[in-house]
Design a protein around this ligand. Sequence first.
Ligand SMILES: NC(=O)c1ccc[n+]([C@@H]2O[C@H](COP(=O)([O-])OP(=O)(O)OC[C@H]3O[C@@H](n4cnc5c(N)ncnc54)[C@H](O)[C@@H]3O)[C@@H](O)[C@H]2O)c1
Length: 291
Amino acid sequence: MVGVDGFTDSYDPSEKLVRAAHLTRSTATSLVTGDLVDLDLEPVMDTADVVFHLAGRAGVRPSFSIEGRYVHDNVTATERVVAACLNSGVRRIVYASSSSVYGDGDTPFREEATPSPISPYGRTKLQAERCCLDSTAAGLEAVALRYFTVYGPGQRPDMGLRIFAEAALSARPITLLGDGSQRRDFTFVDDVIAATVAAADAPVSGLAVNVGGGSSVSLLDVLELLRSLTAYDFEVDVQPFARGDVRVTAADLTRAATLLGFRAAVPFEVGFAREVAWVRDRFEGAEVRSA
Ligand SMILES: NC(=O)c1ccc[n+]([C@@H]2O[C@H](COP(=O)([O-])OP(=O)(O)OC[C@H]3O[C@@H](n4cnc5c(N)ncnc54)[C@H](O)[C@@H]3O)[C@@H](O)[C@H]2O)c1
């Protein structure tokens, strides 16, 4: 297997490099470093049957101020990946799209609904998803998986659950953007991987498919669970809702079940306990290293 990453500045690249090193050490994966927009991709895809295209710039809030970076990493990069797939005879592309394409649409979100993203991030993911799905006309098989808030060990450092857990475990106040009534369909990382792998060979092409955890958890629920997992009674600093923050996400999983045989296996309470334990281990590892 070959992995490609540009180790962009979306967050501390050293965290990405550690993960990539773990991947190359523990699996038969080689790594190509570079920006998908500039790399000569055909040689990389030479013998590939399936391309899992997860590279991109994630995160809603920064997308309002650096939209150009989102267009580069999500739209332009995807156009190049799709072109290279077509030139290299790749059978299928599996694209990591996002629940953000739905915006504040009616819940549960169904793939047939007209997408209405409310952030540049959501718009660039939708454009990239369409680029992949449209390529079926040229003979490429394509599936766009709309991931719903992925969490668990290794979560991105800019995501709420990890920020909350890091604050609680270092006895800092938690900043809550909004009143905490926002609900999310959190999806454990192992479930996301299972759906992604299934999409490589599932009898589906040219469609978007939701990948959700089947949970409906408010941020206030998250804070309550965090108190019981950490035994800290942390302070909560309530700030206004963030721009682009949708109020509720919920996946209709009918298509995922029918076409991918997907069913989320990890309940939120279990998965979040695993993420909090991972954050605790990182902190303890850092203490050991600095001692
Ligand atoms: N994490 C979530 O909750 C979530 C939800 C919905 C969709 N997604 C999508 O899933 C994918 C993976 O998300 P993640 O949370 O692991 O994000 P991540 O930022 O940890 O991983 C994306 C990787 O893509 C690389 N990358 C970005 N632009 C690149 C470019 N032009 N060339 C080469 N490499 C580039 C980055 O360096 C990074 O390592 C993203 O496409 C994201 O939009 C994630």
